[in-house]
Each structure stands twice: as structure tokens, then as C-alpha cells.
Design a protein around this ligand. Structure first.
Ligand code: SF4
Ligand code: SF4
Ligand code: SF4
Length: 391
């Protein structure tokens, strides 16, 4: 009897079950969407706090501290170190977690997840472990190779204001360890880039603009709506790239000449001040506030170190491999690209993406629904072939 009723009303039962499943799925989807929008709001709030703290502490440290009393000066220095190391690392940890939840890329293979793991490890080593072991809270100054900053060169000159300001705090041993860290990290970055391309520094290690643009990516833009970068803006960025590279090289050569005893001018203090103003206005203010609030990777378009690493990446054979037979022209790669590169056009023509701007973030690779794209260098493709032979 029971089975007969079931059989007679099978079709109604089936539709009831399917409707319930769909209802619960849509409810679950709604709950997930609500959670994601809350997480996005938290991420944006963290980014605002990060930017505001950065501006306030930089203002106090580079401006007010010069006229403050000794005890206030000590407090400002402590707040600056605490913010740069502990607060920044905490923001990287929590921001990475929220970004992974928002983008739902919990699959271990996604490149975005690898980028975030890289930044977390890099922050823990540079901002927490090294300052504790070396007893130096400013060691992060020495983690960007030439030509990004001439700080290590200034530290080698006994009359430079940087050396004179640091020697009473660090002593000779502290100066030596800072320079050792600088040489080791520079070698690691250059060799890593020769092997795995610009991705190594720009999408895994960089604790300047690289980490901010990856960790807070879903929160961009903080102000206004997301807009596609116009071709004219790209032209301006291309010009800026050369202007910033020339400026950076000028400072590098100036300090090298000073160090080898051929000063091109006597005004060491003037050049130091000029470089400091350039850093505060175009690097700290523009990169940490303006670009992070509006475009994310804005500074990476003209970062002098990025340009040099782009060339090293080219020598390493860095490229995004495309497979035009699989391209369905959905444009998802172009929308995901953090550096406004036309990947779709290359994919349709079966050409690899070798643009100097490519930071190797892999967002295009993650976004492609047909798995048409992959990131590679000469070294990576050799390793991949060897692994393929083994299995
Ligand atoms: S381009 Fe410069 S700022 Fe951007 S991620 Fe690379 S090294 Fe860092
Ligand atoms: S093409 Fe764009 S999205 Fe793809 S790895 Fe390069 S910068 Fe990232
Ligand atoms: S995301 Fe993939 S399929 Fe879509 S346009 Fe780009 S390469 Fe083609």
C-alpha cells in the first residue's frame, strides 16, 4: 500500500525534493553572499586603518619628531617600529585570510593562494623573526635591492646623515648585520627572479607595494568605482617608469662615486635630503596611500626595481603560455589582470604574454575557465618536463 502511494506520487515527490534542495542551496548562497559582503567591509576597514596609521606615524616620525622632546621622540620611534613590524604583519595575516574567503580560492593550487602564503612567510621573517634575532627593528629598510633605495650605500659612508643617525643606535655590529642582510636578500631576489621570473619578488616577497596589492585586492578601490585603466594613463605610466628609473640610477651612481672617492658634488647632505623628499612624496605617500586606495598596483607600473626585475624576468624567459585552441574569448583574464595587460588578444593569436609590466601574479591563470593559461620560465618548464618524465 505504502509503496503504491509512493509510486503514484513519484513525480510530486521528486519535484518536492528538488525544490527543497534548490531552496536550501539558494539560502546557503544568500548566507555566503552576506558573509562575503561583511568580510569585504572588514577588509576595507582594515585597509583604511592601515593607510591612516601609516600617514599619521610617517608624519610624526619624519616631521614632528625633529622638534619633540627626547621622551616623545622615543615614544614615536617605538610606535613606528611597532606599527611597521607587528601591526603590518597582523594586517597581512588577517587580510590574506579575508581575501581568500572573499575570492573563495581555497583550492591549494590557485596562484593567488601561493602569493598570499609567500607574503605571510616573508612578513614573519622580515618583520618579526629578523628584528628579534638581530635586535634591529629597521631591518626591513634593507630588503629592497638597488636601484630601489640607496640606504645601504649611505650606510657605507661615514659622513652620510643616515650613517650618523644610525651608528649611535645600532653600533658597528648592527651596521654590519644590516648590510649582511641586504646583500643576502638582494642575492636571493636576483637568483630567484632568474629562476622563476618577476613573480618571485613582485607577487611573493615584496613588502612594499606588492603585498598591499595582493593582500587587499578585493578592497580596491577604496574610493569610487573600479575603472579600466585608459590607454592614455598607460602611456603616462610608461613615461613615469623611465623618469623614476633615471632618478633612481642617478642616486645610485652618485653614492657609488662618493664611495669610490670621486664625489660629483660636495653636497652629500643636500642629495640625501632630496632623496628623502622623493621617498616621502612619491614612494611613501603615493604608493602607500594614493595607489593603494585607487588602483592597488599603481606604483608597480613605474617602480624602478620592478623595471629592472622585468628585464631579469625577460632573461629568465618569463611568460604566460596561452593555448588559443581552448580560448572562448570570455575576457575573464583581462578583467583579472592587475597590470592592465591584454591577455585575451595574445591568447586568440596563440602568442605568449611577455609584457615587461607583468608581475607574475597569476590572477589571469586562476581566472581562465578553460585552463588555457599557465605561468612559466625556462627553469620552470625544464623542471616541469623532468617531473612529467618521472610520472
Ligand atoms: S614592482 Fe616594485 S613595488 Fe611593485 S611589487 Fe615589484 S618590487 Fe614591489
Ligand atoms: S598577465 Fe596580468 S594577471 Fe597575468 S600574471 Fe601577468 S600581471 Fe598577473
Ligand atoms: S580567460 Fe581564458 S578563455 Fe577567457 S579570454 Fe582569457 S584566455 Fe580566453
Amino acid at each position: 500500500m505504502f509503496w503504491k502511494i509512493i509510486k503514484d506520487h513519484k513525480i510530486y515527490l521528486q519535484s518536492a525534493i528538488i525544490s527543497s534542495i534548490l531552496y536550501f542551496r539558494s539560502k546557503r548562497g544568500e548566507v555566503m553572499n552576506i558573509n562575503k559582503s561583511i568580510e569585504l567591509k572588514i577588509l576595507k576597514a582594515i585597509l583604511w586603518i592601515y593607510i591612516i596609521l601609516c600617514l599619521v606615524i610617517a608624519g610624526l616620525n619624519y616631521g614632528y619628531a625633529n622638534q619633540a622632546t627626547a621622551s616623545v621622540k622615543v615614544f614615536i620611534t617605538w610606535a613606528w617600529h611597532f606599527y611597521e613590524n607587528w601591526v603590518k604583519t597582523f594586517f597581512i595575516l588577517i587580510g590574506s585570510f579575508l581575501t581568500l574567503r572573499i575570492t573563495s580560492t581555497l583550492n591549494i593550487k590557485t596562484m593567488r593562494k601561493r602569493n598570499l602564503i609567500g607574503f605571510i612567510v616573508s612578513a614573519l621573517i622580515i618583520h618579526i623573526i629578523m628584528p628579534i634575532f638581530l635586535n634591529n627593528s629597521e631591518v626591513y629598510f634593507f630588503t629592497m635591492p638597488l636601484p630601489w633605495t640607496t640606504t645601504p650605500l649611505q650606510l657605507l659612508h661615514l659622513d652620510s646623515s643616515f650613517y650618523l643617525s644610525r651608528i649611535p643606535i645600532w653600533g658597528l655590529a648592527g651596521v654590519a648585520s644590516a648590510l649582511t642582510v641586504y646583500v643576502c636578500i638582494s642575492v636571493i631576489i636576483i637568483i630567484g627572479t632568474l629562476l622563476v621570473g618577476r613573480r618571485w619578488q613582485c607577487s611573493t616577497l615584496c613588502l612594499f607595494n606588492g603585498f598591499a596589492s595582493e593582500v587587499f585586492e578585493p578592497a580596491f578601490p577604496l574610493v569610487g568605482k573600479s575603472k579600466k585603466i585608459k590607454p592614455n594613463t598607460l602611456k603616462i605610466f610608461s613615461c613615469l617608469r623611465w623618469v623614476f628609473l633615471i632618478m633612481a640610477l642617478f642616486f645610485v651612481f652618485y653614492w657609488i662615486l662618493v664611495l669610490v672617492g670621486i664625489p660629483i658634488t660636495e653636497g652629500i647632505q643636500v642629495i640625501s635630503k632630496l632623496e628623502n623628499y622623493k621617498y616621502l612624496s612619491t614612494e611613501l605617500l603615493m604608493a602607500m596611500f594614493f595607489w593603494v586606495a585607487f588602483i592597488g598596483r599603481g606604483y608597480c607600473y613605474y617602480c624602478p626595481l620592478g623595471t629592472v626585475l622585468g628585464w631579469i624576468g625577460k632573461a629568465a624567459g618569463q611568460k604566460i603560455i596561452t593555448n588559443n585552441t581552448k580560448c572562448i574569448k570570455c575576457n575573464k583574464c583581462n578583467l583579472a589582470c592587475t597590470m592592465a595587460i591584454d591577455i585575451k588578444d595574445n591568447a586568440q593569436n596563440g602568442k605568449a604574454v611577455t609584457d615587461l609590466r607583468c608581475v607574475g601574479c597569476g590572477h589571469c591563470v586562476d581566472a581562465c575557465p578553460t585552463k588555457n593559461l599557465s605561468y612559466s620560465t625556462k627553469f620552470l618548464s625544464r623542471i616541469f618536463k623532468k617531473v612529467k618524465k618521472l610520472y
